[in-house]
Design a protein around this ligand. Structure first.
Ligand code: PMP
Length: 430
């Protein structure tokens, strides 16, 4: 028995399912979750001392690889001063200034401790600001697990086949209108019916929780137009895309200015952080300036702020970082596709900046929830397991995006593509 198997067994005694977040349980791919003990650069090391090339990067924040020295040193430098005061610190202002500089649509920002808190708070703010209750989200997009947003959700909820969760009161879920991602006509139709009651649209500008689905041309522009027409707030959930698909996030990549943006993961450099921010006029409705209440004991804590700021500084001081990520991502997806095609495996990929999707399907292009859920998830599970044995760690679900890191070398990419070829060969024999 491997140490991971032993540890997983022990974990299940007092932890539901043995994990603290469902997708870690490998339900979508089968087998035993790998227990890790160390990350260094492009690699993860498990409790059995196996090494893996990591394409998850803690679900996004490790853009520069694991244990990135600037981030680790930033945390070390403040450790001896104490872990938190629940009171203002200078670093919070430095962090706010940095994010506003990198994402100019953000004029004011509030720090929280997770992506879930960020989106939940942004929704409350949009409702408080507009005086409306209804919100629009898209099927297969995931915005954390708050009540209003856990409706037809993606990510682990979709992997487990539970996109609507028991425990969310129908009286809350009824205010959430779920529409079809990449279908602007569907959005216009909903707004024509009840647009004046809709507080906001929340969207992942590149969907990363139903695998990776880029926006169709005109979709994000259409959302902007509809929100302007009906006085609704446009929220880009950039918890995944922020600082990953471009320095200024998906909003910079596609040139669309949302009213509010939610952030997470990256701005903690691996420590728990989230944030929401946007137009000053809207943000001024947040307490203590305004009546919409939102708070957090650990919000803006010194460790997370120092780690996050070091990460953002490293990103802005590394010229061409996002071009490099995009080039590596394309090299990988094109390489995988070429091998799959040569071996007669129906296979499609998507890629935006440092995010990518791999789909076992004969559909040439994937742009919708219906298409992604029609892909062969069983084959994905086989691929995942095969790659794991080859020392490549992919997201353990067919409904999660892949994450590229700057620490991954060309040699790592070649090793990954060669490994995929060997795994594809095992399919052919079946
Ligand atoms: N929004 C998006 C787009 C996400 O991908 C996630 C998490 N994967 C969240 C929100 C929730 O963030 P957290 O897990 O930090 O609560």
């Amino acid at each position: 028995m491997s140490r991971s198997e032993d540890l997983f067994k022990a974990a299940q005694t007092h932890i539901p399912g043995g994990v603290n977040s469902p997708v870690r349980a490998f339900k979508g791919v089968g087998g035993t979750p790998v227990f890790f003990k160390k990350g260094q650069g492009a690699y993860l090391f498990d409790e059995d001392d196996n090494q893996y090339i990591d394409y998850v990067g803690s679900w996004g924040p490790m853009i520069l690889g694991h244990a990135f020295p600037d981030v680790i040193n930033a945390v070390r430098s403040v450790l001896d001063n104490g872990l938190g005061f629940g009171a203002p610190t200078e670093i919070e202002t430095q962090m706010a200034d940095k994010v506003c500089e990198m994402m100019p649509s953000i004029e004011m920002i509030r720090m929280v401790s997770s992506g879930t808190e960020a989106t939940m708070s942004a929704i409350r703010l949009a409702r408080g600001y507009t005086g409306r209750d209804k919100i629009v989200k898209f099927e297969g997009c995931y915005h954390g697990h708050s009540d209003s947003l856990l409706v037809k959700a993606g990510s682990g909820a979709l992997t487990l086949g539970e996109p609507n969760s028991p425990g969310v009161p129908a009286s809350i879920a009824e205010h959430t209108i779920t529409l079809t991602f990449n279908d602007i006509d569907n959005v216009r139709q909903a707004f024509a019916e009840v647009g004046n009651e809709i507080a906001c649209i929340i969207v992942e500008p590149v969907a990363g929780n139903m695998n990776c689905i880029p926006p169709k041309e005109g979709f994000l522009e259409g959302l902007r137009e509809v929100c302007d027409e009906y006085g609704s707030v446009l929220i880009f959930d950039e918890v995944m895309t922020g600082f990953r698909v471009a320095l200024g996030g998906a909003q910079a990549h596609y040139g669309i200015k949302p009213d509010l943006t939610t952030l997470g993961k990256v701005i903690g450099g691996g420590l728990p952080v989230g944030a929401f921010g946007g137009k000053r006029e809207i943000m001024e409705h947040i307490a203590p300036l305004g009546p919409v209440y939102q708070a957090g004991t650990l919000s803006g804590n010194p460790l997370s702020m120092n780690a996050g700021l070091a990460m953002l500084n490293a990103l802005t001081s590394t010229p061409g970082i996002h071009e490099g990520l995009a080039a590596k991502t394309e090299y990988l997806t094109e390489g995988l596709k070429a091998v799959a095609t040569a071996k007669g495996i129906p296979f499609t990929t998507t890629a935006v900046g440092g995010m990518f999707g791999i789909f076992f399907t004969d559909q040439p292009e994937i742009s919708s929830f219906a298409q992604t859920t029609a892909c062969d998830t069983e084959r994905f599970g086989q691929f995942f397991q095969g790659m794991l044995k080859e020392g490549v760690y992919l997201a353990p679900s067919a409904y999660e995006t892949g994450f590229m890191s700057a620490a991954i070398s060309e040699e790592d990419l070649d090793r990954t593509i060669e490994a995929a070829g060997r795994v594809f060969d095992t399919f052919a024999k079946k």
